[in-house]
Ligand binder design. Structure first.
Ligand SMILES: NC(=O)c1ccc[n+]([C@@H]2O[C@H](COP(=O)([O-])OP(=O)(O)OC[C@H]3O[C@@H](n4cnc5c(N)ncnc54)[C@H](OP(=O)(O)O)[C@@H]3O)[C@@H](O)[C@H]2O)c1
Length: 284
């Protein structure tokens, strides 16, 4: 069986949908915090069991019979997420999983100003130490473009601190690639970079937005501290603003400049470009 955690979330929920196109529902299980929210899956014949990264016994029960376990990275900002990930990895190993997969991030490492990357690095270190074959799905950045770009549709400008090249992938593509890896005969060992074929910058987003809307969208670079002050004045907690700033700082150090062909190869087509993703968001 393939067991997926975070199946009531966006990324791994989409991965489950893609898996259901590839394997029978009876070969699929999910480990979720609230089984009521996975009723659409149990209705299709997917095994649904309760599991939380804070409850090792429930996790082991939800991982029973697993050949492969796909772990989502925790979204619980109040928790010690590295401990949560270690708990989940240990439970998967104890349940007898023959491969553990984890939704990591492109550029993972301890040597970056962007804090989540050190969490992923510590998690990958623990995966490597278990002795069970493992795969880290190092996804490029993703999310709602509005969170990245701000109110460009109202203002006609993407007004952010200086940035550098990074990958911005569509979660549907990341999910489809995860399903392809989980159902492949090939072994994907260790980190797998899932990125756009070429990195992008906020200037590229401005160009794509201009092309899609037929209206000039400008990229305006603001000083880091001015931007933080503006965000705080608009009600963003300073810690949250500085967290986002650290992402821009990491991109401009060139940390995310490297791209890999693996996402394209797994999909058998080009990943959705930033223009595709913006057009989709404008349409929905
Ligand atoms: N690469 C990037 O740019 C990027 C951007 C955003 C997020 N992320 C990371 O990628 C992950 C997946 O993204 P997403 O968009 O699918 O986020 P999401 O929709 O918020 O899904 C997160 C999932 O994690 C589950 N979860 C949280 N805490 C848990 C715990 N203690 N035990 C078990 N499950 C737990 C949630 O369960 P419930 O459904 O019960 O809430 C949810 O299903 C996020 O959790 C975050 O770590 C990466």
């Amino acid at each position: 069986m393939i067991i997926v955690t975070g199946a009531t979330g966006v990324l791994n929920g989409a991965t489950v949908d893609y898996l259901l196109q590839r394997i029978p529902a009876a070969h699929l299980g999910v480990s979720v915090r609230d089984p009521e929210r996975a009723k659409h899956l149990s209705d299709q014949g997917v095994r649904v069991r309760r599991g939380s990264y804070d409850d090792p016994a429930a996790l082991r029960h939800s991982f029973a019979d697993a050949e492969q376990v796909l772990l989502v990275s925790s979204s619980d900002v109040t928790a010690d997420v590295v401990t949560q990930h270690r708990t989940a990895i240990d439970a998967a190993a104890e349940a007898g999983a023959r491969r553990i997969l984890y939704t990591s991030a492109h550029g993972t490492g301890f040597d970056t100003p962007y804090p989540p990357l050190a969490i992923h690095a510590a998690t990958e270190q623990h995966l490597a130490a278990t002795g069970v074959p493992w795969t880290a799905l190092r996804n490029g950045f993703y999310g709602h473009p509005g969170q990245l770009l701000g109110r460009w549709q109202e203002t006609g400008a993407i007004t952010k601190p200086a940035d550098g090249p990074f990958s911005w992938v569509d979660r549907r593509d990341a999910a489809e690639a995860a399903a392809a890896i989980l159902t492949s005969d090939a072994a994907f060992d260790g980190p797998v970079d899932l990125t756009l074929p070429s990195p992008v910058t906020l200037a590229d987003f401005a160009a794509a937005a201009s092309e899609i809307t037929g209206r000039h969208v400008e990229r305006v670079v603001v000083d880091d501290e001015e931007w933080v002050a503006e965000e705080v004045a608009n009600g963003t907690p300073e810690g949250a603003a500085r967290f986002t700033l650290s992402m821009f700082q990491a991109t401009r150090s060139g940390h995310f400049a490297r791209s890999a062909p693996m996402l394209t190869q797994l999909l058998g087509r080009a990943p959705r470009s930033i223009a595709d993703q913006l057009a989709h968001r404008i349409a929905v």
